[in-house]
Design a binder for this molecule. Structure first.
Ligand SMILES: Cc1cc2nc3c(=O)[nH]c(=O)nc-3n(C[C@H](O)[C@H](O)[C@H](O)COP(=O)(O)O)c2cc1C
Length: 191
């Protein structure tokens, strides 16, 4: 592995290193003052169970966030592996982002994509300045479970698919998110 000193860090090196960390992608979307507004975001992450919080980071240069943050409720949709074109569309020209998109709008204004892996109806809980981004904490009000779709994976500036074989829950031994998964026989070495 080659290492680069902090003082020599250039943005390309940093972006490449950040891109080596795989993530899912969500749509953050709402109907605000009658206008459909949204972006694709790979910075989404779970934060807290009690109270139920998630977060994502938005660039301070975002032209959509000033409008989105005015929404009563926002929709977070975890994109499925067949949503790669939709992801590009949601990151493209603003006026075309919702063209032909299958979605529903809740009474509170959250825009939720159909066939998403999971959906969250949220409100803005807090915003924290973080360099050229804002970390946005979101309070969850409703969760939609999806129908077993597989998630879209974003990695090294491209899209990938998840191989479930690598995530056999019976081998996690109940240690992920406090899930109560009993160990299977033959797992004595999985300390
Ligand atoms: C896969 C993918 C992930 C993205 N993740 C983020 C993100 O986490 N935060 C962000 O601010 N923009 C992210 N973007 C860019 C936004 O989707 C959008 O293009 C950008 O906010 C500019 O649009 P706007 O001016 O309407 O905000 C991502 C784009 C793509 C394609």
């Amino acid at each position: 592995m080659t290492t680069t000193q902090l003082s020599q860090l250039d943005q390309r090196t940093l972006r490449d290193a950040f891109g080596s960390f795989p993530s899912g992608v969500v749509a953050v979307a709402a109907s605000v003052k009658g206008q459909l507004t949204g972006i694709a975001a790979s910075s989404f992450t779970s934060v807290s169970i009690d109270p139920p919080l998630v977060s994502f980071s938005v660039a301070t240069s975002s032209s959509s966030w000033p409008l989105l943050r005015e929404a009563g409720h926002l929709g977070i949709s975890v994109l499925a592996d067949h949503h790669d074109d939709i992801c590009r569309q949601l990151a493209g020209p603003r006026e075309q982002r919702f063209d032909g998109l299958p979605f529903t709008v809740t009474e509170g204004g959250a825009v939720l994509l159909k066939e998403a892996v999971a959906t969250f109806d949220v409100t803005v809980h807090d915003e924290v300045e973080a360099g050229d981004h804002l970390i946005v904490l979101l309070r969850i009000h409703e969760v939609g479970a999806g129908n077993g779709e597989h998630p879209l994976v974003f990695h090294k500036s491209g899209f990938a698919k998840l191989h479930r074989d690598d995530l056999d829950p019976t081998r996690l031994d109940g240690r992920i998110n406090g899930a109560d998964v009993p160990p299977t026989s033959g797992d004595a070495d999985a300390a």
